[in-house]
Design a protein around this ligand. Structure first.
Ligand SMILES: Nc1nc2c(c(=O)[nH]1)N[C@H]1C(S)=C(S)[C@@H](COP(=O)(O)OP(=O)(O)OC[C@H]3O[C@@H](n4cnc5c(N)ncnc54)[C@H](O)[C@@H]3O)O[C@H]1N2
Ligand code: MOO
Length: 406
């Protein structure tokens, strides 16, 4: 049976990032840049004031015979306007934060360090000497025309959106997000609003996977549930022709009705089937009509965990990310963990930080049908193949589910 690492590398070897598209900036959050972002002008574009106060010549701020110099106020300039007169020696101009510094002035003093006769005052006393350049934010201080500010491959977060907006990028070239078709399988599986008949269960997998795909940055498309017949599966797969990835859940084990592999065989190829892990041994990977297909197990926890470990990196690689996996750290187990399974076991756990240490507590019954083992889980503890015992206080590797990628 394949190891988790071999399986992931075989999957990723088949996945290429998608082509780029141009998106309006307000739709680009979370996408990966497909272009370098160059400043086409200086930012800020002009020397401007960092304070509400007065623009003047620094030399006019020197006290004369111990007296605060008094200057003639020749007008004012607000943000969004350009002063029409020059500041000459012996004069000052009222200025607001963000307003362009008027010609002639080489410094700004904040209003708190002046005395005047109110907003209309025709004079101002300068209470402190100020050096040239004081409170002036020079053009190009932040970004220079021609400078590369963001590079291809970077993810666009809220702060990058702010930078792109500052530079006037109303459209950005990004890697297209993958369309991911999601298919449930099984005669027992009905939609979530159906009245359950004996033997039936709700299609929770498709909804969980839809949300997980969206969180990973993909565009999910639920195709409903295929019956346990080759005809029904073929029909559903024919609706997935525009997908970049197909996810199925169920129908990949060795039961009489586990037909997903048969259809992969018929309409494409199986790359591998089965991974040496728990939950989620019967994962299948291959292609149908040229589209990568990840056949996840039907057991809900198995399908959630295998999407996390294999599906999510695929969705990320398709949309141009290079960091595909979560961070793995060493944590301390709070209670004994005894493992009988020979497969690598991913134990759902809650990790908290206490006194500078990360402490892990498994979330209870770890059966692959126990949905509640996912509650509170912010980590997967990695129990190595071959079975092992961890005593309380010992260290173990944990994949952190809510940390950024490594
Ligand atoms: N003889 C063997 N039997 C099984 C093996 C095995 O190695 N030999 N492996 C077991 C393991 S481990 C798993 S995991 C399951 C996986 O089987 P399938 O992927 O073929 O899944 P199904 O048999 O279709 O369903 C399993 C289980 O999950 C429920 N299910 C299915 N789809 C959904 C859905 N959309 N939403 C919620 N729950 C779903 C289904 O009702 C079953 O209870 O096989 C074991 N058997
Ligand atoms: O390997 Mo299955 O996914 O645990 O129950």
């Amino acid at each position: 049976m394949l190891s988790v690492e071999e399986a992931l590398s075989r999957i990723l070897a088949e996945i290429r990032p998608l082509e780029s598209v141009s998106l309006p900036l307000d739709q680009a959050l979370g996408s990966v840049l497909a272009q370098d972002i160059v400043a086409h002008e200086d930012m800020p574009p002009f020397d401007n004031s960092a304070m509400d106060g007065f623009a003047l010549l620094s030399q006019d701020s020197k006290p004369q015979a111990g007296q605060a110099p008094r200057l003639r106020v020749i007008g004012g300039v607000a943000a969004g306007y350009v002063a029409q007169t020059r500041v000459e020696a012996g004069t000052a101009m009222r200025i607001m934060t963000g307003a362009p510094v008027p010609a002639g002035a080489d410094t700004v003093i904040q209003v708190e360090l002046t005395n005047s006769d109110g907003p209309q005052s025709e004079w101002v006393e300068i209470l402190q000497e100020v050096p040239p350049g004081n409170n002036i934010r020079p053009a190009g201080e932040d970004m220079r025309s021609g400078q590369t500010i963001l590079t291809r491959g970077q993810e666009i977060g809220a702060w990058e959106i702010g930078i792109l907006a500052t530079l006037g990028y109303a459209q950005v070239q990004v890697v297209r997000r993958p369309r991911v078709a999601i298919l449930g399988t099984g005669d027992e599986v009905v939609d979530i609003d159906a009245e359950l008949q004996p033997g039936q269960i709700r299609n929770s997998n498709s909804y969980l996977l839809e949300a997980a795909v969206r969180q990973a940055g993909g565009i999910p498309q639920r195709l409903g549930v295929a019956r346990d017949t080759a005809k029904s599966l073929r029909e559903k797969f024919s609706q997935a022709v525009h997908a970049d990835l197909i996810l199925t859940s169920g129908g990949v084990s060795v039961g009489d009705f586990d037909l997903v592999k048969d259809i992969m065989h018929e309409q494409g190829a199986i790359n591998f089937w089965r991974i040496n892990m728990k939950p989620g041994k019967p994962v299948a990977f291959g292609k149908i009509s040229g589209i990568p297909l990840l056949g996840l197990p039907g057991n809900p926890v198995s399908s959630a965990v295998t999407f996390e470990l294999f599906g999510r990196p695929v969705v990320r690689k398709l949309q141009g990310h290079t960091r595909l996996q979560r961070q793995q750290i060493e944590v301390v187990v709070e209670q004994d963990i005894q493992e009988r399974a020979m497969r690598r076991h991913y134990v759902r756990a809650h990790v908290t930080q206490r006194a500078g240490k990360f402490i892990a507590r498994p979330t209870g019954n770890q059966g692959s049908n126990i949905m509640t083992s996912l509650l509170q889980a912010n980590a997967l503890l990695v129990i190595p193949e071959g079975g092992a015992t961890f005593k309380a206080g010992e260290h173990i590797q944990a994949i952190m589910l809510n940390w950024p990628e490594d």
